[in-house]
Design a protein around this ligand. Structure first.
Ligand SMILES: [Zn+2]
Length: 240
């Protein structure tokens, strides 16, 4: 299996994973710390994230509905994964990603990652990013960060940052700040700011205050104000 870590360029590592694990020898320790694979090794502020992610039955809520035709809806997961990767109709690939998303099919992780990277149709890449977010295992952090930095379509970058905000992994804060520094699309910027509010890291208060003063679009100034309020509210809760 290919290593599930990212390089310093935030692209998937091309090395083989070691000993049947998820990461190559060069990345194993770093990634297990980064995504909190070992709760005991993770910094204390990550523990609540880890507890939520691994608690059975507690996933990111997903109210989305779509009327998927029976040939796909009732297909076994390996077949749906096959359709995602090979079907000639982009709508069928989109629906395959949707089905895998609703099933929270962790076995589709690699196929969804590859589809997010390579499918020529942006809606298919976007649905794959959403599906990764709903699967919600700690390892989805890497494909979402990669998509946030590298997908050419702002709608896909939005899907990635929304998922990172919902997942609540505090490590994502630095990546989102980095993305915000060069993101030009207003909607994607908006979602980055919302996600920073959700992740509620005090270190970004200064940045948000600056953006609140400088952003040209009113919706972005308002998003900064809301995010700052959310961070302060969380601080209040944590100090109680
Ligand atoms: Zn690696």
């Amino acid at each position: 299996m290919q290593c599930r870590a990212l390089t310093s360029e935030r692209k998937r590592c091309t090395a083989e994973s070691s000993n049947g694990g998820e990461y190559c020898t060069a990345h194993r320790d770093e990634m297990e710390r980064l995504i909190g694979k070992r709760a005991d090794a993770a910094p204390s502020r990550w523990r609540s994230w880890w507890a939520r992610i691994v608690s059975p039955g507690v996933g990111i809520p997903d109210g989305a509905k779509y009327d998927v035709p029976g040939w796909l809806k009732d297909a076994p997961t390996p077949q749906v994964i096959q359709h995602l990767q090979t079907h000639s109709d982009s709508m069928a690939r989109w629906m395959s990603a949707f089905v895998l998303r609703k099933r929270r099919a962790a076995e589709a992780f690699d196929a969804l990652w590859r589809t997010r990277q390579t499918d020529g149709i942006r809606f298919v890449r976007q649905q794959s990013a959403v599906a990764l977010g709903k699967i919600g295992v700690p390892a989805v952090y890497a494909p979402l960060v990669e998509g946030l930095h590298h997908d050419p379509d702002p709608g896909v970058r939005e899907a990635c940052v929304i998922a990172l905000g919902n997942l609540g992994n505090p490590t994502a804060v630095d990546e989102i700040v980095r993305a915000l520094e060069r993101e030009e699309n207003v909607f994607a910027r908006w979602d980055c700011i919302v996600a920073l509010g959700q992740l509620a890291d005090q270190r970004v208060e200064k940045l948000l205050r600056r953006l609140e003063a400088e952003e040209i679009a009113q919706v972005l100034r308002e998003a900064c104000r809301d995010a700052l309020a959310e961070i302060r509210q969380r601080e209040g809760q944590n100090s109680n």
